[in-house]
Design a protein. Structure first.
Length: 391
């Protein structure tokens, strides 16, 4: 058999999986529904906080120019500057503005919320200092130097260094859920497809013209392409909606690169779990027995997901570092951790190498299990027996 014929057989099996499962109505509907859900989740933070940028503020007095600059730098304010305090006060009474700041006083009809009060007070104090310095004769450059201070540097003496905001937690959670779903579903499909072909004895006919590795490889590649398209669509919609709603800049610094790199992490993890699923699926001859052989893989995926959820609360802990490096848990844990905190390059590289090595080992093991047990019929074959047959 030539190299071209080997590849042709592999691609024939992969193409069949894409046509039968990828273009099926159920998969297309599932893709549309999933993409819509991802889009809604990506837009949810902006929808929840959509009314926070409608505060109408009036300003008057000597500090009005400096305070206007402060509020514009904060963002989220509709600012009107009045010539006199009386005009600003009247604007509040007429409900032209929600509140007004003039001559050291905050005018409102029924008070303002705590958050708005804190922002206005901070802007007033800074503007007052800047105005006083200007009236004292300092130049703009001297005033800028006097007002320039370094932000607080956060040093955690105790604790686990959890995520700094609910948005960070939400971002990591979405990535971990997508990774888990996009591994769990095709892994089960691969195992069930192998068992289905074996129980119907179709595999015996297929093996008259194809090699076992072509059957297993084609099935893994075909379902992998389907899942990859779905994953890329989810990532693209998630990032696109976040950018369109203006939330992308508010996400953790590494979110975009982590979301894109999650595709690479998924490919390696899928190669690991997918080939093992095909191998262990060939150990049984009936669909009702497939659950027993898939349990270790499903448990590994579930533990990887649960570990990623724990990691959200402690991304810099020793446990999180180990979890994101050691396969197979790293397949979900590392992209999740990368999305919410800065991860050293050496840890990312080590994690990728170890996961790739584990995938190569799983490929060798899964292909041997499939080769030696796919034609075996009857009761479930034990893993030890299959390994002895492989030897």
């Amino acid at each position: 058999m030539t190299e071209n014929s080997r590849l042709r057989g592999l691609m024939l099996v992969a193409g069949r999986e894409i046509r039968v499962r990828g273009l099926s109505k159920s998969n297309l509907i599932s893709l549309i529904v999933t993409v819509v859900i991802v889009g809604i989740l990506a837009a949810l933070p902006s929808l929840i906080g959509g009314d926070e940028s409608d505060d109408r503020i009036g300003l008057a007095g000597d500090t009005a120019p400096a305070m206007q600059a402060q509020l514009e730098a904060m963002g989220g304010f509709n600012i009107t500057v009045y010539d006199t305090t009386a005009e600003a006060e009247q604007a509040v009474e007429d409900e032209t503005v929600d509140a007004a700041v003039a001559d050291g006083s905050l005018y409102s009809l029924n008070g303002v919320g705590n958050e708005l009060e804190v922002k206005l007070d901070a802007a007033w104090q800074t503007a007052a200092v800047q105005t006083n310095l200007s009236q004292a004769g300092l130049t703009d450059q001297e005033i800028a130097t006097a007002l320039t201070v370094q932000p607080l540097k956060f040093e955690t003496l105790e604790g686990d260094g959890g995520v700094s905001s609910m948005l960070d937690y939400f971002t990591g959670l979405i990535i971990s859920i997508i990774m888990f779903m996009m591994l769990m579903t095709p892994v089960q499909y691969i195992a069930m497809g192998v068992v289905e072909e074996k129980s119907s004895r179709i595999v015996e006919i297929l093996l008259t013209s194809l090699k076992p590795w072509q059957l297993l490889g084609g099935k893994v590649i075909g379902l992998g392409v389907i899942s990859l398209v779905n994953l890329i669509a989810m990532v693209a919609v998630g990032l696109g909606v976040s950018a369109a709603t203006g939330m992308l800049s508010d996400l953790p610094e590494g979110t975009t690169s982590a979301a894109i790199s999650s595709i690479g992490w998924w490919l390696i993890a899928f190669a690991l779990f997918g080939t093992l699923a095909g191998g262990v699926g060939s150990l049984v001859s009936r669909q009702e027995e497939s659950g027993s052989v898939l349990t270790p893989l499903i448990m590994s995926l579930t533990l990887s997901y649960l570990g990623a959820i724990f990691l959200l609360n402690a991304p810099t802990s020793t446990f999180a570092e180990v979890l994101s490096i050691v396969p197979p848990f790293s397949g979900i844990a590392m992209p999740t951790r990368m999305a919410i905190t800065e991860v050293p390059a050496w840890q990312i590289g080590l994690s990728g190498v170890l996961l790739a090595l584990a995938a190569a080992g799983a490929l060798a093991l899964g292909s041997q299990l499939y080769k030696r047990s796919v034609l075996y019929t009857g009761s479930r074959m034990k893993l030890t027996e299959a390994l002895r047959r492989a030897a």
